[in-house]
Design a protein around this ligand. Structure first.
Ligand code: GRF
Length: 205
């Protein structure tokens, strides 16, 4: 019998280009994984359409159908647990995850962020990097802990900022790199090549 594939849950809220990069890489057999479920907190997220087009389960979990934040998170936990996933990938998921969720899946949640963390956590980060006059930006894949965009860093890619950049042009060049390093990070995890030492992630130790 073939061994079980490494299972992913992907959490999204919008466009879903990182989700698409993961789907494409799996379909090309570059990534030996399967997406067990895609969950969105936004009903009309284009990411859900991308999932369904590829025959994946795309679930809209409506925050408004739960009495409070904790029960929403419990709903999310149950959906993910029912799929026995190995790794949860946040891909443009715009809700902050709470303690219960993070503790339940401790060490098994990763996020992609469009800046060189710890610079520019939070929102509108490409705009803020430009306004700040930063000469380099980029993207970061990190483990998720309770600090927003503050978990241990797995991979980064540097994108130089050029004088003519505006938010759109910079975001586009960063996004190209996101699609590369997010896949690399998932591959490192599924090949069990990462270890945590304090807040540092060691590769191939
Ligand atoms: C990306 O820039 C990602 O870094 C950030 O949200 C955006 C999501 O884009 N967390 P997409 O939905 O994957 O196209």
């Amino acid at each position: 019998m073939a061994p079980d594939k490494f299972k992913l849950a992907v959490l999204v809220s919008g466009r879903g280009s990182n989700l698409q990069a993961i789907i494409d890489s799996i379909e090309k057999n570059d990534l030996q994984a399967e997406i067990a479920i895609v969950i969105s907190n936004v009903k009309d997220a284009y990411a859900l359409e991308r999932a369904r087009k590829h025959g994946l389960e795309g679930l809209f979990l409506d925050p408004k159908s739960f009495p409070d934040r904790n029960s929403y998170e419990q709903g999310l936990v149950e959906q993910i647990q029912s799929k026995s996933v190995n790794l949860i990938c946040l891909a443009g998921y715009m809700r902050v995850l709470g303690k219960h969720f993070i503790e339940t899946f401790s060490g098994r949640i990763i996020n992609i962020h469009p800046s060189l963390l710890p610079a520019f956590p939070g929102l509108n980060v490409q705009k803020r990097a430009l306004e700040h006059g930063a000469r380099f930006s980029g993207c970061t894949v990190h483990y998720v802990n309770e600090e927003v965009d503050g978990g241990p860093i797995i991979l980064q890619a540097v994108v130089p900022i050029i004088d003519d950049d505006d938010e759109a042009s910079l975001s586009e060049r960063i996004l190209e790199q996101e699609h590369i390093i997010y896949l690399e990070a998932i591959r490192l995890i599924l090949e069990d090549r990462l270890a945590l030492s304090g807040r540092r992630v060691l590769h191939d130790k």
